[in-house]
Design a protein around this ligand. Structure first.
Ligand code: UTP
Length: 416
């Protein structure tokens, strides 16, 4: 562990001396924690991310083109063939499911891990329980307990585990097949590039985005554990899609048959100007393009069948070959900047609780690794069967608890 003097010289080099302003007021354990934070933070990285904060826009030189996809409902006789291949793999215990639950859920505004949110069904099941139901369905159909790996963040890890314990792991924890692991964090900075101090007098850290999944899976020994279990395919998805079909033989079978290492599900955009990221090719490689990067002309462009050229929305439902995850775990990913609200202690020791965004957070995105792939499968599924996200509070009227609840209930009825 470094000494205070060493910390001072590191901070001086990077213009972050204020971090030790309240050092003497901290107790011994907090002092140690702060010194350890200073020792481990990559200040060079943080300063350069801040410097580039307003240059974040996509590279306008990128050549964007249409990405081919397969439609689940146009596979004809191949459907069963793929499904059989996938069933064989799932029954052999080769599939693991990962749920990314480290996000802050700012838009939903729920005080707790988003997965613990009750969308108002008669059963009052939480998002976690609804996802677990999908695993249990897999267990019933294929006779295997698909292991479930849950990524949390420092901020919500303890609450998440408590929630699972309180609900007795929804009856799914048989032979220890639910695993929690934490994602990485990065400091938040103010508009001057100064790293913030939190209520404890320590450096204010925030989860490093869903792109942190690869590194977190590798660093925390999850990939190793999966290998010991004989896992070959890893489904990785968000916590907030209550219709996610995670144990899906068609998806697994197609990836195997088409010899791709990554497959993603899409649904067709609700309208050309829906605010979602869509699959595309960027300089000839698989990618996702944000709605903000697309011109109106591109958003409305159609092919000879009248289908949108950039109409396949990214659901964050992905399937990876385990080797791909391991490789991606050591790739340096770009960081994107988000302007967020952050409570902090100012230089006079005052607690500042903002009511509008005041600080930068740095996040990497899961799909930023796609550019390293030659090929990737995009499987178009039906929105009403597989995509009911909970992003916003009900007041927004879209992608919110009431819309998700309705879709979930309608889908359950349609299955009867
Ligand atoms: P979103 O980008 O929708 O973020 O995450 P969010 O945290 O749920 O909500 P907002 O933007 O703050 O309102 C998509 C998925 O990725 C996970 C989320 O938990 C969600 O399942 N995620 C996001 C992480 O696991 N870690 C992160 O750092 C960010």
């Amino acid at each position: 562990m470094i000494k205070k003097e060493e910390a001072e010289s590191i901070l001086k080099k990077y213009g972050q001396e204020h971090l030790l302003n309240h050092f003497e007021t901290l107790n011994e354990s907090k002092k140690k924690e702060l010194l350890s934070q200073i020792e481990n933070i990559d200040f060079e990285l943080i300063n350069s991310l801040y410097k580039n904060a307003d240059k974040e826009e996509a590279n306008k030189q990128d050549e964007i083109s249409h990405m081919e996809y397969s439609d689940k409902y146009k596979l004809n006789e191949k459907y069963k063939e793929y499904e059989d291949i996938g069933k064989k793999s799932i029954k052999a215990g080769q599939l693991a499911v990962v749920t990314m639950a480290g996000g802050q859920g700012t838009r939903l505004g729920f005080d707790g891990p988003k997965g613990a949110y009750d969308i108002g069904l008669d059963s009052h099941k939480s998002l976690f329980e609804l996802l677990c139901d999908n695993l249990k369905e897999g267990q019933k159909k294929y006779g295997v307990l698909v292991p479930w790996f849950i990524m949390t963040s420092e901020e919500n890890n303890d609450q998440t585990i408590e929630f699972f314990e309180k609900h007795k792991f929804f009856g799914y924890q048989k032979d220890k097949n639910i695993f929690f692991f934490k994602q990485g964090q990065l400091p938040m900075v103010d508009t001057e590039g100064k790293i913030l101090i939190n209520e404890d007098g320590l450096i204010k850290l925030a989860a490093n985005g869903h792109g942190g999944i690869y590194e977190a899976l590798v660093k925390n020994g999850m990939v190793k554990k999966m290998r010991e279990m004989g896992i070959e395919w890893i489904y990785i998805g968000g916590v907030d899609n209550c219709l996610a079909k995670m144990v899906d033989p068609l998806f697994v079978g197609m990836a195997i048959d088409k010899k791709v290492t990554v497959a993603c599900k899409s649904v067709v955009k609700a309208n050309p100007h829906e605010k979602v990221g869509v699959f595309c090719k960027r300089n000839g490689r698989p990618s996702v393009i944000e709605y903000s990067e697309i011109s109106n002309e591109m958003a409305e462009a159609t092919d000879e069948n009248g289908e949108l050229l950039y109409g396949e929305s990214n659901l964050l439902c992905n399937l990876f070959d385990i080797n791909a995850v391991e490789r991606m775990g050591s790739l340096p990913l770009p960081y994107h900047i988000a302007y967020k609200k952050a409570t902090y202690i100012d230089k006079d020791g005052e607690l500042i609780v903002p009511d509008s965004p005041n600080a930068y957070k740095f996040e990497s995105f899961l799909f930023d690794t796609f550019g390293t792939l030659d090929e990737m499968l995009v499987l178009r599924v039906k929105r009403e069967e597989e995509f009911a996200p909970v992003k916003n509070a009900d007041s927004a009227g879209v992608d919110c608890p009431s819309t998700a609840r309705k879709m979930y209930e309608d889908f359950q009825k349609s299955k009867k």
